[in-house]
Design a protein around this ligand. Structure first.
Ligand code: ZN
Ligand code: ZN
Length: 371
């Protein structure tokens, strides 16, 4: 008899169509590893999958930011054992392995790629089955809650340490205090870089967190325009490097205006639209502009070194830990910018009585989702 687990499933294409369903526990093949999910973070991409504004292939289990414990290994697998605590690189679930991008480590650009949580089944569930090369062992003293932030943290690690040259003595600007922006800030602060963090009305909680995480200055752009506030904070000099993490047209413009001559600009956020762009400033100030998308497997190796060196902890970024059954509340917090980062746990196997209660709650949630 096939074992059953509960999972948050996008069951049909279109807007919404998300529910906790009972699905078969995935079977571990000879070259695969079964991981019991401890925590899976909720991210803007999950919200986009819900609204059908990010490519997805239903029926599919959501969730791609997770960590857990190995419970089973296929008979051809070596180097991994049950009990290992792991973060999982879900974005490489399906790649061609042969194109120039795959071969050079930049699998993220593979045209055949499908990531966990939208392309193939993800981790808002009790178990996942993955390849051993997707696993990264986390240090014993590093909690699985914070290890579940590995996927967004890797994005920040690439932006700050690989794509952008940041040097001691630089002043950096991080525009957009969401999880990725705050993770960029943690890296900059750990490197001793002075970092200014900007947000807007509604970001008060996140800007307070930024101050706690080592921001030298925080700016509310609804009170003072970004350019003006940065000039004031830097004695009219401007910043050496800007990380645009808000994905908002006015933030893009504000960052470009806030840069001094010969400075660097890195696009980390996604605007989702074409924007009016002050391109002459690239010329007049001789700026360097670059995008940073996700990470490579090498970024994940570097991230594990960062964990091992112990100077950066991520647990204070987690504001809410909820059972998977409260997914709707977590989605609302994410959309309302109420949470720094919400993570969900699948919890214990539930009794049948509990199942009934959950079904009722989910029916109500489905109604509120459709209005
Ligand atoms: Zn994510
Ligand atoms: Zn490829």
């Amino acid at each position: 008899m096939q074992a059953i687990m509960r999972a948050l499933v996008k069951h049909t294409a279109g807007n919404g169509n998300l529910d906790i369903l009972e699905v078969p526990v995935p079977v571990c093949g000879p070259r695969e590893v079964k991981v019991e999910v401890a925590y899976c973070g909720l991210c803007g991409t999950d919200v986009h999958v819900m609204h059908d504004t990010f490519p997805n292939y239903p029926p599919v289990i959501l969730g791609h930011e997770f960590a857990g414990t190995v419970t089973e290994i296929g008979n051809e697998v070596t180097g991994v054992k049950p009990g290992d605590r792991v973060a999982v690189l879900g974005a490489t679930a399906v790649t061609c392995g042969e194109c120039s991008y795959c071969r050079s480590g930049y699998f993220i650009f593979c045209s055949k790629r499908r990531g966990m949580g939208h392309g193939v089944n993800g981790a808002f569930a009790q178990y996942v089955v993955v390849r051993p090369d997707q696993l990264y062992q986390v240090p014993d003293w590093f909690s699985l809650e914070e290890a579940s932030l590995s996927e967004p943290f890797a994005t920040a690690v690439q932006a700050v340490t690989e794509v952008t040259q940041v040097r001691p003595g630089d002043i950096a600007l991080v525009s957009g205090p969401g999880p990725i922006g705050l993770l960029c800030l943690k890296l900059l602060a750990a490197e001793g870089i002075r970092a200014i963090v900007a947000g807007t009305a509604g970001d008060e909680g996140r800007l307070t967190a930024a101050k706690k995480f080592g921001a030298s200055d925080v700016i509310d752009v609804s009170a003072t325009p970004l350019h003006e506030a940065v000039m004031e904070a830097t004695g009219g000099q401007g910043v050496d490097v800007a990380f645009e993490c808000a994905g908002h047209p006015s933030s893009v413009r504000g960052c470009i205006e806030a840069l001094r001559a010969m400075a660097r600009y890195t696009q980390v956020g996604v605007c989702g639209c074409d924007i009016d762009f002050p391109i002459d400033q690239i010329f007049f100030k001789q700026l360097t502009m670059v995008g940073s998308r996700c990470y490579t497997a090498n970024t994940w190796k570097r991230m594990m070194n960062i964990y091992a060196q112990g100077r950066i902890r991520l647990n204070d970024l987690i504001s809410d830990i909820l059972p998977l059954t409260e997914w709707r509340r977590a989605f609302d917090m994410c959309m309302g910018r109420k949470a720094l980062k919400a993570v969900l746990y699948p919890g214990e196997a539930k009794t049948h009585e509990h199942d009934d209660r959950t079904t009722t709650m989910l029916d109500e949630a489905a109604v509120s989702a459709s209005v």
